[in-house]
Each structure stands twice: as structure tokens, then as C-alpha cells.
Design a protein around this ligand. Structure first.
Ligand SMILES: [Zn+2]
Ligand SMILES: [Zn+2]
Length: 255
């Protein structure tokens, strides 16, 4: 197995040392891809960015078959050019694209949801995702499609495929057509309700022509590495999707 999404101390919200991540990966006997946060459009300037030169300088020596160096780019129209130049300048193994910011607001915070119904908030989230997926044609994979469910403030945070069918279909179509991967983020998979609502989305991805998923914990500490991987593999299997990771920007199959 390969944990394709984790944050060490280059991410401004993680204190994990690379050695801790390596130790945990060895214990679990899995590979890892480090994906540090780069959100050039973060409303708090400089938060969620890092020195990429320094990243390669310090971590290149750890690079191996089982330890890969990637980046998680927070996508946004306003930072497309900046992100493009970072992506082309450095030899990442993996470029993961995310939606963290919608309409200039970090959706981690309550202020984004204020005066919005769930429908309005989630529609804006998916509209931004679709727009960015079309602009960011260079990413390898879309991260955590269910990111909004972590932080939204409604009685029921889950994404029900039927409720957001058209928007989800449009997003899945772009990923399928461009042969990118769709991440199964394991952060919320201890919840049966989360799994039950995610499975129809990944099934639909397959129906629409999608083939590839990555599995990533989004760990910010070593204990979270590899969490809920059995459940993620179950989702991939039940939906008929192939589990991959990226090395030198190319898909590798997980056996
Ligand atoms: Zn993220
Ligand atoms: Zn992340």
C-alpha cells in the first residue's frame, strides 16, 4: 500500500518530522508520498506555503522507491499562474490538487457558511472545484472530494450524490476524461455514514469512465498515517477502481 497524502513540518499546520513519518511507514510496511501544503490563495498571506527549494534540499536524501516527494496545491483561479510555475520548476513525484478556498474564504472557518444554506455552500464548493479542475490541467489527482464535510456547520454534513448529481457528474467527468485519479481520503472513513455516502460517488466515477483512485490519509501526525486503509481499499474494490500512486508524475499500480 501507499499513503499518498501526508504533511510534515514544511506544512504550516503540521509539526510531524520526516523521520517520524518514515518510522511509521516502516512499521506499517507501506510507502509514502509527502504532500506539503501550497495555498497561494490563502486569505492569510504566507500561511500554507513553503520553501520548495529547501524542501528538496532537505528531503531528497530520503527519496526512494517507497518515499516520494509531492505537493498539495490549493487550487484557485487567482493563483493558477503561480502554481503552474511551481509545478513546472520542480521535479515532484506527485501533484495533488485541492479545494480549500471558495470565493476567497477558507472553508475551514464558520464565516464561509454564515447566511448560506447547505445547498448554496455545497454548490459554490462544487462550482469552484469544476472551474479549477479545468484550469489546473497539470494536476495528477483531485484530493478529498468530501473536504467540505469535515468543517461545514449543518445538521447533516454528508454529500449525497443524488442531491448534487449534476455538479458531481461534471467534476467526475473532467477527472475521468483527463485520466486523472480521484483520491479516497481516509480521514473520515471511520464513519459508516461517510462511507455509505461516498461509495455512490466513486461508483458513479467508475460508470462515467473513471479508472484510478489514490488512497491518502492526510496525516498531520505519525499516528494518522495509513488510517482506515482497509476501508479505502474496500471502496476501491467495490467500485471497480484501480488503486495507484504517482512516481515521477507517472501512475504506478498498487498490488
Ligand atoms: Zn487538503
Ligand atoms: Zn492535505
Amino acid at each position: 500500500m501507499f499513503d499518498t497524502h501526508l504533511h510534515t513540518e514544511f506544512s504550516t499546520d503540521s509539526k510531524m518530522k520526516i523521520k517520524e513519518a518514515l518510522g511509521r511507514a516502516r512499521e506499517l510496511d507501506i510507502g509514502i508520498t509527502v504532500t506539503e501544503h501550497m495555498d497561494l490563495n490563502c486569505p492569510i498571506q504566507g500561511k500554507f506555503t513553503f520553501d520548495v527549494d529547501e524542501y528538496f534540499r532537505r528531503y531528497s536524501k530520503f527519496r526512494s522507491q517507497n518515499v516520494l516527494l509531492g505537493i498539495e496545491i490549493g487550487m484557485g483561479e487567482s493563483c493558477l499562474l503561480g502554481d503552474k510555475s511551481i509545478e513546472s520548476k520542480y521535479e515532484f513525484d506527485y501533484v495533488l490538487g485541492s479545494i480549500h478556498i471558495v470565493d476567497g474564504m477558507d472553508i475551514y472557518y464558520e464565516s464561509f457558511y454564515k447566511d448560506k444554506s447547505k445547498r448554496e455552500a455545497y454548490d459554490r464548493y462544487f462550482d469552484t472545484m469544476l472551474k479549477c479542475l479545468k484550469l489546473y490541467d497539470f494536476i495528477d489527482c483531485l484530493a478529498h472530494i468530501d473536504y467540505i464535510c469535515r468543517y461545514s456547520k449543518y445538521d447533516d454534513n454528508e454529500i449525497y450524490y443524488e442531491q448534487f448529481k449534476d455538479r458531481i457528474d461534471n467534476v467526475l467527468k473532467v477527472i475521468a476524461e483527463t485520466e486523472k485519479a480521484l483520491e479516497i481520503n481516509t480521514r473520515r472513513l471511520q464513519s459508516k455514514k461517510a462511507v455509505d455516502t461516498l461509495v455512490p460517488i466513486y461508483k458513479r466515477f467508475k460508470e462515467i469512465g473513471g479508472k484510478y483512485v489514490t488512497i491518502g490519509s492526510d496525516a498531520h501526525n505519525d499516528a494518522a498515517i495509513g488510517a482506515n486503509f482497509d476501508t479505502a481499499q474496500y471502496i476501491a474494490d467495490v467500485c471497480g477502481l484501480k488503486n495507484v500512486y504517482f512516481k515521477q508524475r507517472k501512475k504506478e499500480y498498487v498490488h
